[in-house]
Design a protein around this ligand. Structure first.
Ligand code: GRF
Length: 217
């Protein structure tokens, strides 16, 4: 039985689209049952519908600061659709610790930096200002602190002297699309487990690759 997944979005939905594409493969162990947006104008909603995935808008704005009330509307939708796993994909709303605890071990997020570096807003700008030579993306389990939690998978890219936030973000996005689907696949087949604050992956081997930046010559 494929695991039933909801993707939560607030915007463009390129990670969502990559997950939907991956899950369309017959042998993928999860199905994207539902896409939920907290914003009615999220561009990703149209993309999900065009792919034949059911969408739902649970607007957060009318709830103002009452996070718990918004989450109870969200939880009802998740229950109605018998959702087992959640993927946050550009979902711009913080959760209460209670909601996060309820979904602990079953809710993933993706962030465009090599966490724990550069959590929060503008991670690409933070990376450029810090002058790092490598950056990347991280898929992690969600815990109450923002952009933290046991790390499932990371992918790295070089950062060049000529990068802008836009060029860096484009390069990292390609990695995001690869590692998010792979992380979901591993979670769905029970190959990832949380041990304390870290996540371990059954059967994983060292990739043997390494990345050095800059390269001159
Ligand atoms: C991605 O960079 C993701 O890592 C971050 O928000 C962005 C969402 O982009 N959490 P998209 O909506 O998936 O295109």
């Amino acid at each position: 039985m494929k695991r039933r997944v909801a993707i939560l979005i607030s915007g463009r939905g390129s990670n969502m689209a990559a997950l939907i594409r991956a899950a369309a493969q017959a042998d993928f162990p999860a199905e994207i049952t539902l896409v939920i947006s907290n914003r009615p104008d999220a561009a990703g909603l149209g993309k999900a519908r065009a792919s034949g995935v059911e969408t739902l808008v649970v607007e957060s704005k009318p709830f103002g600061k009452d996070r718990a009330a918004f989450e109870s509307a969200l939880q009802s939708a998740l229950d109605r659709h018998r959702i087992e796993l959640i993927c946050l994909a550009g979902f711009m709303r913080l959760f209460t610790a209670e909601f996060v605890r309820r979904w602990y071990g079953r809710m993933l997020n993706i962030h465009p930096s090599l966490l724990p570096s550069f959590p929060g807003l503008d991670p690409h700008g933070q990376a450029l200002r810090a002058g790092v030579k490598l950056s990347g993306a991280t898929v992690h389990f969600v815990i109450p602190e923002t952009d933290a939690g046991p790390i499932v998978m990371q992918g790295a890219v070089p950062v060049s002297d000529h990068d802008t936030s836009d060029t860096l973000s484009e390069r990292i996005l390609e990695v995001e699309h690869r590692i998010y689907q792979e992380s979901l696949r591993l979670l769905a087949i029970g190959k990832v487990r949380i041990e304390g604050d870290v996540c371990k992956t059954t059967g994983s081997t060292d990739s043997g690759n390494f990345l050095i930046s800059p390269v001159v010559g």
